[in-house]
Structure formats: C-alpha cells, structure tokens
Write a protein that binds this ligand. Structure first.
Ligand code: 5GP
Length: 204
C-alpha cells in the first residue's frame, strides 16, 4: 500500500565518540537496515573481517575504483583512503532499503551534494574531556595518535550544523534509541512516500 525509495542514513562523529558501536547496535534494533561496507587502504585491525567490516584493498585497487567512477564519495582520513561504492547505494535505494553509512565529515559533505535527501546524523561525546578519556581507555593508540585524534575532533565538532540531527552519546543504550528513532521518523516522512489504497480513488 505504501511505497518508498530507500534513504541514506549517514553517521559521522569524531574518533572516540562511539559511532561504530552505535551503528552496530542500531543495526541489531533495525535488522532490515542495510549497511554500506566501505573500501579502505587501511590494514585490517585484529578481529576485522574483509567484506564485513571493510573491503580491504591496495592503493592501486582503490585508485582504479576511483578513476572508474565507482565511488560515490571518498576521502583521506588519518593517512588512509576510504570510499563508498556507488553501486551498493544505488541498489539499496532502488530496492526501497534504507542504508546506513559510517563515514567521515568530508564524505558526508560529498554525499549530501550527490543525494540531497540523505539524512545526516552527527554523534558527539558529552565533552572533550570525556572524548579524551574514551580514546585513552582504548589503550590501542600511542600518545601521538591520541593527540592527533583530539586535534581533529576539535576541527570536526563545529561541523555539527551541517547535519540534520545531533546525538550526544552519554550512554550507548540511550544514544542507540535516539538513532533508531531518527531512522523510524524519517521512514514516516510524507515526502518520501507514495500511497495507494485499493479502496480509495485518489492515488499519489
Ligand atoms: P576507522 O579506520 O577508524 O574504522 O575509520 C576512520 C574514519 O574513516 C571514521 O571516521 C570512519 O567513519 C571513516 N570512514 C569509514 N569508511 C569511510 C568511507 O567510505 N568514506 C569516508 N569518507 N570515510 C569513511
């Protein structure tokens, strides 16, 4: 009765704000949500699976995708290249499936230009002190890297106004509920729907 095209749900956040966890949790709440697996030249971290977490590719392979026009957006982040495959997005949208993207602010900007109806969500930690504490608790990064991520976060937080929604991640459960609520609300927006009732003359 109700038909709709899929929606791009773009999530960005400074490193350490909890974006990866929130994206994983919201996919558990909304199992029909597709996920865009990015291409990257970054080597896999322990536990990461090729094709599930990322498509891990060499720099020449990445360049080949880029020059072939296969990427809907791409960016260099923390010294590595990352990109989103355009075909994956187009397929999900055409099938009426919403698709979640975990990408940086440069990529979000490019997608906004290419897909004006994309929904952009920005996640932040409650304070810079809290963000620093979370980065230190990971215990995986050297001090220099933590400083670099904090400097980048200071540049990224002011970009929140370019986004449609802002979620403060004080608590994973609460922030996941907010992200799921945003997606559910967008699914009900009238300008994304076409309605056909079999027992009503008017169709739109
Ligand atoms: P990480 O390597 O730590 O998983 O991700 C580093 C940053 O790259 C994160 O901010 C993540 O959102 C971003 N990122 C991951 N995939 C893509 C992508 O396809 N495009 C862009 N522009 N950024 C991405």
């Amino acid at each position: 009765m109700i038909a709709r095209r899929g929606t791009l749900i773009v999530v960005s956040a400074p490193s350490g704000a909890g974006k990866t966890t929130l994206c994983r949790e919201v996919r558990l709440c909304l199992p029909d949500l597709a996920y865009s697996v990015s291409y990257t030249t970054r080597p896999p971290r322990p536990g990461e699976v090729d094709g599930r977490d990322f498509h891990f590719v060499t720099q020449p392979a990445f360049e080949a995708l880029r020059t072939a026009g296969a990427l809907a957006e791409w960016a260099q982040v923390h010294g590595n290249l990352y990109g989103t495959h355009a075909g994956t997005l187009e397929r999900a949208l055409a099938e009426g499936r919403d698709i979640l993207l975990d990408i940086d602010t440069q990529g979000a900007r490019q997608l906004r230009a290419r897909y004006p109806t994309a929904v952009l969500v920005f996640i932040i930690a409650p304070s810079m002190a809290e963000l620093e504490q979370r980065l230190r608790e990971r215990r995986s990064d050297p001090e220099r890297e933590i400083r670099r991520r904090l400097d980048r976060a200071r540049e990224e937080v002011p970009l929140w106004r370019e986004y449609d929604y802002l979620i403060v991640n004080r608590d994973v459960k609460e922030a996941t509920e907010h992200l799921a609520a945003v997606i559910q609300a967008e699914r009900c927006r009238t300008n994304r729907l076409s309605l056909a009732m079999p027992d009503l003359e008017v169709r739109s």
